[in-house]
Ligand binder design. Structure first.
Ligand code: TMP
Length: 213
């Protein structure tokens, strides 16, 4: 019997409401008697959280583009090894707030780094692990940055990259979804919280129907 769990990721720009939706989906899956682990990137394991602070704090231009990609992938390799892979092997479902599509959208589409090199680094860092389902929360840059601005402490390095950068991030995520429609589902996250949660649960139950009890 195959008891391996599922890997679900949430993606989207700043202030798209991912962390709330991660918790809502986890609660719904637990009601279906599925064991769930919620996690995030960059971070999600003690060693990866150390790398996180290097990425989300400080001057916008503190890293060379390649260094930034390698740091995200170093954190990701730790996250997969210590948190994601062990949980999936035990049959748990893992929901991560961000994963590899964020590197493609932020460092690839928005920063303009070679996307084929990003793909190869991802392959080396994770063995090419991709989620079973990716929910992309789509909000306008204006409302996303306004929401994000309200909650941030020191972790605002990417928020400070400016609206044009974030327009390219948003367009990047939409392009990622267009290229991989089987895995990715775009959710209108401009709506009320309950409406967004309903869309997320509908998408998860449709895409992962065969795996639900
Ligand atoms: P968040 O935890 O508030 O979503 O912040 C993490 C930030 O890191 C967010 O602005 C997006 C950015 N990021 C990248 O640029 N590349 C990546 O690969 C990941 C995982 C996050």
């Amino acid at each position: 019997m195959n008891i391996s769990g599922k890997f679900i990721t949430f993606e989207g720009g700043e202030g798209s409401g991912k962390s709330t939706q991660v918790l809502q989906l986890a609660r719904w899956l637990e009601e279906q008697e599925i064991e769930v682990v919620t996690t995030r990137e960059p971070g999600g394991a003690p060693s990866a959280e150390i790398v996180r602070s290097l990425l989300v704090e400080g001057a916008v231009d503190r890293w060379q583009p390649i260094s930034e990609i390698l740091l995200h992938n170093a954190a990701r390799a730790e996250h997969i090894a210590h948190t994601v892979a062990p949980a999936i092997a035990e049959g748990k479902w893992v929901i991560s707030d961000r994963y590899a599509d964020s590197t493609m959208a932020y460092q690839g589409y928005a920063h303009g780094f070679d996307r084929e090199i990003i793909r190869r680094i991802h392959e080396a860092a994770t063995g090419g692990l991709m989620p079973d389902l990716t929910l992309i929360l789509n909000v306008s840059v204006e409302s996303g940055l306004a929401r994000a601005g309200k909650r941030s402490g020191d972790e605002d390095r990417y928020e400070r990259m400016g609206p044009e950068f974030h327009e390219r991030v948003r367009a990047g995520f939409l392009e990622i979804a267009r290229r991989d429609p089987k895995r990715c589902c775009i959710i209108d996250a401009e709506a009320e919280l309950e409406t967004v949660s309903r869309s997320v649960i509908d998408a998860a139950s449709t895409h992962l129907k065969g795996a639900l009890p």
